[in-house]
Design a protein around this ligand. Structure first.
Ligand code: GUN
Length: 295
């Protein structure tokens, strides 16, 4: 069994990005700049945003964090988005989700100009992904593709079973793994909450991507020997007596399942750290796109 070390891979990619930034600056280019908007102070969102800002600093990107109180109106937020859309120095913009209930996530997502939508959530970018056109691939699917690629995991002709059909993970991962490229060329089965006898499918999987948000859902008897397991679950489970009072659990019962795997991602330290570098890679891509349009 090979443990897929997302933390180490993310560090390697950050080092590569730092070199690219140096190269751009040496050639008279500008520093990539990511802007993030955080509304309110949800605990998990605060943690994610802090990691994103820290990662920007580490690779030499500029970052701007704009904070709004939770009672900010939708109009005020949209105004800020429009302002950033026009800001020539900013290459990428993310609005951290979830937003307070009185603000439409759909409206906000659709207001970000597609050229700066480094989260890849805008319908135009999702449509491009579905059509195999170059675009920003959202953070988690991008991170998963990078792990498969960097561990040189064979995907062509494999049966990939994805559990979960969310817009940000299950659905794009199933599209990406069925593409005629590497990583891809899989036969993909997309399972979800209405799939009866889910074990019937998971036992057939050469590659199993689990993104349903149920801690410890996948057990040893649900997978075959030699499977590649990508665990996308990150549920906070109460853990009295620990420093934080909670611990992060994946969707796979790691202790049971790992011995049967050829490769497996741990939680934490698997897919999670890769999502941040995916965002950085998209920000750099946004800057490169701008340069290639201008020249
Ligand atoms: N909330 C949880 N994950 C994400 C993400 O990838 N992007 C944004 N903007 N918000 C999130």
């Amino acid at each position: 069994m090979i443990l897929i070390d997302g933390k180490q891979t993310a560090e390697t990619i950050k080092a590569e990005l730092a070199l690219e930034v140096e190269h751009i600056l040496k050639n008279g280019g500008k520093r990539p700049h990511l802007a993030a908007i955080l509304v309110g102070n949800d605990g998990a969102s605060e943690t994610y945003i802090a990691s994103k800002v820290k990662a920007c600093k580490k690779v030499g990107f500029n970052s701007t964090l704009i904070r709004f109180p939770s009672d900010t109106s939708e109009e005020e937020l949209l105004e800020e988005v429009l302002k950033i859309n026009k800001d020539e120095d900013i290459d990428g913009l993310i609005v951290q989700l979830p937003l307070p209930k009185h603000i439409s996530e759909k409206k906000v997502t659709e207001t970000i100009v597609p050229e700066k939508d480094v989260d890849g959530f805008h319908p135009l970018n999702v449509g491009k992904l579905a059509l195999n056109l170059p675009t920003f691939v959202s953070a988690t699917p991008y991170g998963i593709m990078q792990l498969l690629e960097r561990y040189r995991i064979e995907t062509a002709g494999k049966h990939c079973v994805v559990i979960g059909r969310s817009n940000i993970v299950g659905s794009p991962v199933s599209i990406l793994l069925s593409r005629n490229t590497y990583p891809g060329n899989c036969t993909v089965t997309l399972c979800h909450s209405r799939t009866p006898d889910i074990e019937k499918y998971t036992r057939e999987a050469d590659i199993l991507v689990v993104a349903l948000g149920k801690p410890g859902f996948v057990k040893a008897n649900m997978v075959k020997q030699g499977v590649v397991v990508i665990d996308v679950g990150i549920t906070r489970v109460e853990a009295p007596g620990t420093d934080k009072g909670y611990r992060i659990m994946g969707d796979v019962d790691f202790d049971e399942v790992a011995p049967k795997c050829s490769y497996i991602t741990p939680v934490p330290g698997g897919v999670g750290p890769m999502t941040i570098v995916a965002l950085l890679k998209n920000t750099l891509l946004s800057l490169s796109n701008k340069l290639s349009i201008n020249h």
